[in-house]
Design a protein around this ligand. Structure first.
Ligand code: ADP
Ligand code: MG
Length: 272
């Protein structure tokens, strides 16, 4: 490893020294074993969306999934969230504390930023004072302190996505699922949100599966990159990312970064 790469290299599963010991830390958050999904299987002419997917996501991992359009990435995430069921194989999650972030922030236009973040607590019966306190803390975490009372139409695209992230993190998920959340943002906002997500990932403790079209986003954010083939989707490469969680934006201009994105792109190209 070169001196440049070494600058960014701390072990990536590094828990803070004062982190409480978790007796179950080693057991995976999410396990897929031979998972397949065929839509409309009943009439024999179904669409095979996923085939033979093996995957484990452990605490402390931020696993990104890249693959061509229509290869089953959203299907994989919906299965992980329990929104749909596999037609083959087994899928287990260790926790019910799962959050889901969509490409569209899907905010309620008639509720303020605070009202949107409070909604989940409201629906699950969290007492008013507590859910307000938690929502304010989540908004502060995503850099929106001071914008609590603004309505979605008064927020930029990046700010709307921050509200969406606050809403996903407010209930302290153990597993967070992201379906191309930054795909609709302009390039500069997108890079800022990547830095923000890394910061959130370091501050809060959740394992994550993050879907993206962007090879550089995958390399910059994750501890491991999975490459999927064209439909029917299966995992064709599992590329470890060697850097620690502290990743300055300039990492993107290092030769090691280019080498890694090259490796991911080659795997994508070979199986498109
Ligand atoms: P990606 O997110 O990678 O673009 P999807 O997971 O959305 O891909 O879709 C994978 C394939 O499954 C596509 O061919 C899509 O048309 C099909 N598909 C997805 N959801 C359904 C559904 N509910 N019913 C039938 N086909 C579906
Ligand atoms: Mg999709």
């Amino acid at each position: 490893m070169t001196a440049q790469a070494a600058r960014f290299s701390t072990p990536h599963a590094d828990a803070p020294a004062d982190a409480p010991p978790d007796a179950r830390a080693g057991s995976p958050m999410l396990t897929l074993d031979g998972v397949g999904k065929t839509f409309g299987a009943g009439n024999g002419t179904g669409t095979v969306a996923l085939t033979d997917v093996d995957l484990t996501v452990s605490p402390g991992e931020l696993v990104t999934v890249v693959g061509p359009s229509g290869c089953g990435k959203s299907t994989l995430l919906r299965l992980a969230a329990g929104l749909d069921r596999p037609t083959a194989g087994t899928l287990t999650t260790r926790t019910d504390a799962i959050s889901y972030v969509f490409q569209d922030p899907t905010l309620l236009e008639w509720r303020t930023a605070l009202g949107n973040v409070e909604l989940a607590g409201h629906l699950t019966g969290v007492p008013r004072a507590q859910r307000r306190r938690e929502a304010l803390a989540a908004l502060e975490l995503v850099g929106l302190a001071g914008s609590e009372d603004r309505y979605p139409r008064e927020l930029s695209g990046g700010m709307r996505m921050r509200v969406s992230l606050a809403r996903a993190l407010v209930r302290e998920p153990e597993l967070a699922l992201f379906d191309e959340p930054f795909g609709a943002l302009d390039e500069i906002t997108r890079l800022t949100m990547q830095t923000e997500l890394l910061r959130l990932f370091t501050t809060a403790s959740f394992a994550a599966v993050f879907i993206t079209h962007s090879v550089s986003e995958a390399a910059y954010l994750s501890t491991r990159v999975l490459v999927m083939s064209g439909r029917p989707g299966r995992i064709v490469a599992d590329v470890p990312v060697p850097w620690g969680r502290h990743r300055p934006p300039e990492l993107r201009y290092e030769p090691e970064f280019a080498a890694l994105t090259g490796e991911i792109s080659a795997a994508l190209g070979a199986h498109a």
